[in-house]
Design a protein around this ligand. Sequence first.
Ligand code: ATP
Length: 445
Amino acid sequence: MPEVSMDAVVALCKRRGFVFQSSEIYGGLASTWDYGPLGAELKRNVKNAWWKSVVQQRDDMEGLDAAILMHPAVWKASGHLDGFTDALVDCKGCKKRFRADHLPGQGAQRSCPECKAVIDLEKTPPRPFNLMLKTHLGAVEDESAATYMRPETAQGIFVNFLNVINSRHRKLPFGIAQIGKSFRNEITPGNFTFRTREFEQMEIEYFVRPEAADEAYHRWIAERRQWYLDLGMRPEKVRLRPHAADELAHYAQACTDIEYAFPFGWSELEGIANRRDFDLRQHAEHSGKDLTYFDQADGGQRFIPYVIEPSGGVDRAVLAFLADAYREEEVKGETRVVLGLHKELSPCKVAVLPLLKKRPELVEMAKKITSSFKKHFVVKYDDTAAIGKLYRRQDEIGTMYCVTVDVQSLDDGQVTVRYRDTMLQDRVAADRLFDYFQTKGLIGN
Ligand code: ATP
């Protein structure tokens, strides 16, 4: 299959209403994107599929929806406040990171204090002090009112660890999952929706006994990889990349990225880390609260659980699913663009089309069929163009089936059902459509 270009995906997103540039009528805001009618639907489907698989279909997970704004002390405890507090420069030689104002030398050519390699500040510009977006709560804009837009959703989970254990009577191992917006003042946003300053995360913190952490870490890597494949992503486009020891954050025991072969190269979709007891320990210290877990089974032992964190991006998953599903085919000398999305992700499952919109009986029958499926799945009536054009549009947005009502339908009560991927058509009695779509997996899942 030919490689898909990023330009083709971006053009489709705009043309068909998946993604628009934010504030476009004012010239746009760089690297900020709005999900259009179909993008909103697709993104929702991705989040629902995740929530279903990691919360609703499991016995060992709870869901959470924490606030974006948190007590500023959270970011002190988590390390975010101090973690990026200066302009930072990466040395390409030893891979260490330095404060720009600590580099010896003048002008753009500096030398690394560690390995003495040349650091070219024009090629590797310093990254400003903090990736967190600061804001002020209340009317007074002084430091005491300063707070931050969360740079990750994870901390909302850690600060609610006790609340969830106590309200849900949880025993280890168990996890907490949440989906929500995060904000980072990224220095180099880009690649469409891949890296932006406002984005959405799907994060899990899975709490385990320290000795069970390694097994849970490997299990989550396998399960999270499988989730992408189960939703139709091509296996050859997905790979695991374990982090090298010198890449790991100081508190992490291990980390593996799930990467996708985007048109711009292999890039991270999700990271799965063994964070040991770092986060809960930090919050226990800073809050003064006892965040130990009491294990009655084991002679009343108290300890801080280890945590495995599978942390993925909603926007990156959406982009990967789009790029993965996009294909162009030659059909009778013409190019057919198809979005071969998995049925769970398709923004529209079925389109109902009257062959002739000037025949009121056809329109009436098509509209009746449309309404009869509204409570089962997303179904749209469309008569805004000739049938050939309608099929092409539906293929481009990934609609699974097109139901066409023609003149003969009025006589024999049958309609034509066309499947997106093969373009093969079935003649089906209108009153058997429910069973038909049930066997196709659109109903009752
Ligand atoms: P990267 O190395 O690409 O900056 P990261 O390792 O800093 O990512 P994490 O902090 O582990 O990312 O965040 C978890 C997930 O959140 C990432 O795997 C990614 O899917 C998503 N994510 C992080 N930053 C962004 C961003 N700026 N835009 C879109 N998604 C993001």
